[in-house]
Design a protein around this ligand. Structure first.
Ligand code: OGA
Ligand code: NI
Length: 370
């Protein structure tokens, strides 16, 4: 592979990508091979942004995304009202919040992170059979799902479409099968609670978002960020928004996740036992920009591996994505007319998977504006 400091002569990006793909061992395979310089495909043009990350300099690090305690949800009407108010604020101002006291045992969270780590750290031969770029598969793994259209990041990923439709557990990798199933059972309940709170925060009936099928699809992503020898040259995950309605993210204690808020990047410091919840493009679209889908990214680091598990409430490219979505009728008025046209979620999924998107310049939602 061509290293970072080589001359451009003879560098063929597509060939390099193909070579990496053919190893079926991802970034983890490069690290295992003892690589000390980044292959050129990983070096980003805008990498200098990484060096001046706010985490080291500004006072911004003292501000954290809102923390919402779900523990008092069922105690009295008053506390529910307060929680809904906090969700509304967070949805409008950050598009991000953390939830604590969510009733999912910490042991399940630890086992889930451990399961994803074990998947990526298992024998390369076992992992190879899951390596694919066929996005119609329900379960597969690869490095950088969009590497032909986007910059290449220092990360490998396991993808599992857990819902809708019956999932044959045997499709899941045996090394993390049981824990994924257990995690999913808990997560579905949390997802419904969050959709209820979000519905109420929008001034709608509690079951509104569930009834328009926002929880029908669950797309799980198990990210593995190996230690990076030259973290200043690349990203773990470059700036993006999530495309679904809501993402429920679990991160380990390594850190590196940042959110863009009021023109600055903020660290999302790991908080044991907490979930990070962020709203995606579909939520921004159906709320007619009332709730925001915030940009976020993960820095590459010398320390690692870092593991995260994100579950996005969204459908995928399979043909279940028939429903049309547009700004919710109850939320639009003469003064606040619809900004977006009616669309299918699969249109957005296809766009994100096939188009070169630069999130620093615009959001994929611009393609759906009226
Ligand atoms: C994602 C994502 C953040 C993380 O998978 O979309 O933003 O912490 N992950 O890995
Ligand atoms: Ni994301």
């Amino acid at each position: 592979m061509v290293e970072a400091d080589h001359e451009d002569g003879g560098y063929d990006r597509n060939k390099e990508l193909k070579l990496l793909d053919e190893t079926k061992a991802g970034v983890k395979g490069l690290v295992d091979a003892g690589l000390t310089k980044l292959p050129k495909i990983f070096v980003h043009d805008n990498h200098k942004v990484n060096v001046s990350s706010p985490s080291s300099s500004s006072s911004a690090t003292n501000v954290s995304i809102p923390v919402i305690d779900l523990g008092s949800l069922h105690e009295e009407a008053n506390s529910r009202h307060e929680i809904v108010q906090k969700v509304k604020d967070a949805g409008e101002k950050w598009g991000f919040f953390q939830v604590v006291n969510h009733e999912i045992p910490e042991s399940v969270l630890d086992e889930m992170l451990d399961g994803v780590r074990k998947f990526h750290e298992q024998d390369a031969e076992m992992k190879r059979e899951f390596y694919s770029r066929d996005i119609t598969k329900r379960v597969f793994y690869n490095t950088n799902f969009n590497f032909s259209t986007s910059e290449v990041n220092w990360r490998d990923t396991l993808y599992c479409l857990l819902a809708p439709g019956p999932l044959d557990p045997h499709q899941l990798p045996s090394i993390c099968r049981d824990v994924i199933i257990e995690y999913l059972n808990h997560l579905k309940k949390l997802a419904l609670t969050l959709l209820e709170l979000l519905s109420e925060a929008l001034g709608l009936e509690g079951n509104y978002l569930k009834d328009i099928d926002c929880a029908e699809g669950i797309f799980m992503v198990g990210n593995y960020y190996p230690p990076c020898p030259q973290p200043e040259l690349t990203w773990g995950l470059s700036s993006h928004t999530d495309l679904g309605f809501v993402t429920i993210l679990l991160q380990d204690q390594v850190g590196g996740l940042q959110v863009f808020h009021e023109n600055q990047w903020f660290d999302i410091t790991p908080f044991p036992g907490a979930f990070i919840v962020n709203l995606g493009d579909m939520m921004q679209l159906i709320t007619n920009d009332k709730f925001m889908s915030a940009k976020h990214r993960v820095v590459a680091q010398k320390v690692g591996p870092r593991v995260s598990v994100s579950c996005s409430l969204r459908q995928h490219v399979q043909n279940e994505c028939g429903r049309m979505y547009g700004p919710i009728k109850e939320l639009v008025t003469k003064e606040n007319p619809p900004i977006y046209k009616e669309m299918k979620m699969s249109d957005l999924v296809k766009l994100v998977y096939t188009t070169k998107l630069d999130y620093d310049v615009s959001s994929p939602l611009k393609h759906f504006r009226l």
